[in-house]
Design a protein around this ligand. Structure first.
Ligand code: OKV
Ligand code: MN
Length: 244
């Protein structure tokens, strides 16, 4: 059966070999059979520039390059952590970078896909952070710094943010319903797929005679989360980590 795969929020890092192993197995055994793979952001826990060629990053890039060479198109939307993934990464892996809000035709169903951070308007601190680090000139300045300095700055920023997030309520960290509706209306569709909140669920509701659907992908913290979509609909699934 034809199918398309969606993943998000893997937060890959050298400290979590179990997640990396599960991802690499997913890529070589499952994704090869798909019509396409969509990565909806936060593939990496951190990204400080496409010139970071550590063995860890090389291993992930090889997995994408192998998949795209096998003829499976891979589409990528930036997350709030890996928003600096750029054209060089895309060239090295054969993936296609998509706009932060993209409409796709999913087996005849127009669907808005996005990371999901732009739906979380109640988290004013995060939205301010986002506006700051999404400035082109600031990204340019950051990317001109030596890699070692970027590593130190990024580690400091992550430590500070982990602290701040402990204080935040779950409502603040979730999507703003009005913003969900606004972005759907703006795109002129009734279906949406995103990640970011780490609350996997298929939301369905009716408003003014229209049936809406919002699928939220899960994170890859305790197990993998994969959305499998075909002509008959979508199925939110999990994948176990192999522990040694
Ligand atoms: C990613 C998040 C760290 C949240 C820095 C300009 C600036 C880019 C950057 C550095 C940090 C990404 C790129 C990272 C996401 C954090 C902490 C909180 C909430 C600059 C452009 F400002 F320094 F000039 N960064 N890294 N956070 O470590 O991957 O999403 S990161
Ligand atoms: Mn996110």
């Amino acid at each position: 059966m034809p199918h398309t795969l969606f993943i998000a929020d893997l937060h890959l890092s050298p400290t979590r070999q179990d997640i990396t192993d599960c991802f690499l197995r997913f890529m070589s055994e499952e994704a090869v059979h798909a019509d396409a793979l969509y990565v909806l952001g936060d593939l990496f826990e951190a990204w400080i520039g496409d010139d970071d060629h550590s063995p860890f990053h090389q291993q992930i890039k090889t997995a994408f390059a192998t998949l795209t060479q096998q003829g499976v198109p891979v589409y990528f939307i930036h997350g709030n952590r890996d928003f600096l993934i750029g054209k060089r990464f895309a060239r090295e892996t054969g993936i296609t970078l998509l706009d932060e809000h993209t409409c796709i035709d999913l087996y005849g169903t127009p669907t808005l896909i996005l990371h999901g951070d732009t739906l979380c308007l109640a988290d004013a601190d995060y939205q301010a952070f986002r506006r700051k680090v999404h400035q082109r000139w600031l990204q340019h300045v950051f990317l001109c710094l030596p890699l070692a300095l970027r590593r130190r700055i990024a580690a400091k920023m992550r430590a500070g943010s982990a602290n701040a997030n402990q204080q935040k309520s779950s409502t603040i960290m979730d999507v703003t319903p009005q913003e969900v509706q606004r972005q759907l209306d703006n795109a002129g569709v009734v279906n949406m797929i995103h990640g970011h909140t780490h609350r996997p669920h298929v939301h369905q509701w009716c408003d003014q005679g229209h049936d809406y659907q919002r699928i939220v992908l899960g994170d890859w913290y305790q197990h993998g989360s994969v959305l499998v979509c075909g002509p008959q609909g979508c199925d939110l699934q999990t994948r176990d980590f192999i522990h040694h």
